[in-house]
Design a protein around this ligand. Structure first.
Ligand code: B12
Length: 217
C-alpha cells in the first residue's frame, strides 16, 4: 500500500504536478504512511530522476524548478505530521543550519531542519546562499551547539573547509560541532575538511546530531 503512495508521489514530482503531490501526501499521511518514508521513497526518488534527466539534457531548468515546487508542496503537508509524531518538545540542543553561499538548493536542508526539530532540537534555519561569516555570526549569536552546512553544488564545497578555518581563526573550533551534508559531499571530504560528521540523509543527520550531543539513540 505504501509503495503505491511512494510511486504516485514520485510520478507527481516527475510530472511537475504540485497539486497532485500535495494531494497524494495528504492521502498517504491520512492512511498512516510514515512521513520519513514518503520523503525518502517518494520525494527524493522523484527529484533524483529529475536530476538524472537534467544531466542527460532530457529536462531543463524550468522543469527542475517546477519539480522543486512539487516537492515543496508535499513537504508542506508532511511537516505537521512529522512534528506531531516526533519529540519536538524535547530540548536536545541548538542547531544553526544553512545552505552555503551561491547555492540555492534548500529542499534537502529544509527536510534536515524539519527532522531535527521533530527529534527535539531547537533549529535556527538561516536559509540558503549564506556566507561563512553570516553562518558564524548566527552560531555565536544563538550560542549554537551544532552548525549544519548543506551544499548540493560541487562549486560551493570549498566553503566547508573555509568555515572550519574561520572557526579556528576565531579560536572557537571546539565550541561547535560541525555537521555537513548534500549530494556532492562524502565522509572522506568531511573528515579532511575537519568536520565532526557527515550524513547522507536527514535520518542519519538526527542520529549523528544526537551522538555528537552525547545523547543515546
Ligand atoms: C531541485 C533541484 C534544483 C532546484 C532547487 C529548488 C530548491 N528550492 O532547492 C533549482 C531549479 C532551483 C535548481 C537550480 C540549479 N541546479 Co539543481 N538540482 C535539483 C535536484 C534535481 C534535486 C535536489 C533536491 O532537492 N534533492 C532532494 C533532497 C531531499 O535531497 P538532498 O538535497 O540531497 O538532501 C538530502 C541529503 O543530501 C542530506 N542533506 C542535505 N543537506 C544537508 C545538511 C546537513 C547538515 C546534513 C547532515 C545532511 C544534509 O539530507 C537531505 C534529506 O535527506 C538536483 C539533483 C539531485 N539528484 O540532487 C539538482 C542539482 C543539485 N542541480 C544542479 C545544477 C547544476 C543546478 C543549476 C546550476 C542549474 C543551472 N544551470 O542554473 C542551478 C543552481 C542554482 C544555485 N545557484 O544553486 C546539479 C549540481 C551539479 C553539481 N554537482 O554541482 C544537480 C546535481 C543536477 C545534475 N544532475 O546536474 N536545482
Amino acid at each position: 500500500m505504501s509503495q503505491t503512495h511512494f510511486d504516485n508521489l514520485r510520478d507527481a514530482i516527475t510530472s511537475l504536478n504540485a497539486a497532485s503531490a500535495a494531494d497524494i501526501a495528504t492521502k498517504a499521511i491520512a492512511e498512516g504512511v510514515e512521513p520519513v518514508d514518503l520523503i525518502t521513497n517518494g520525494i527524493r526518488t522523484g527529484l533524483d530522476i529529475m536530476g538524472e534527466k537534467f544531466s542527460t539534457g532530457d529536462c531543463f531548468l524550468p522543469e527542475l524548478m517546477l519539480a522543486g515546487r512539487a516537492a515543496d508542496s508535499a513537504v508542506a503537508i508532511i511537516e505537521p505530521a512529522m512534528l506531531a509524531s516526533g519529540n519536538a518538545d524535547e530540548k536536545l540542543g541548538k542547531v544553526v543550519i544553512a545552505t552555503v553561499k551561491d547555492d540555492l538548493h534548500d529542499i534537502g536542508k529544509n527536510i534536515v531542519a524539519l527532522m531535527l526539530r521533530s527529534a527535539g532540537f531547537d533549529v535556527i534555519d538561516l536559509g540558503c546562499d549564506k556566507s561563512k561569516e553570516e553562518i558564524f555570526a548566527a552560531a555565536e549569536e544563538n550560542n549554537a551547539d551544532i552548525v549544519g552546512l548543506s551544499t548540493l553544488m560541487t562549486t560551493c564545497m570549498a566553503i566547508v573547509p573555509e568555515f572550519i578555518e574561520l572557526l579556528k581563526a576565531k579560536g572557537v573550533r571546539d565550541k561547535y560541532k560541525v555537521l555537513v551534508g548534500g549530494a556532492p559531499l562524502n565522509p572522506q571530504f568531511a573528515a579532511e575538511a575537519g568536520c565532526d560528521g557527515y550524513a547522507a540523509d536527514a535520518s542519519k543527520c538526527v542520529e549523528m546530531a544526537k551522538e555528537l550531543m552525547g545523547i543515546a539513540a
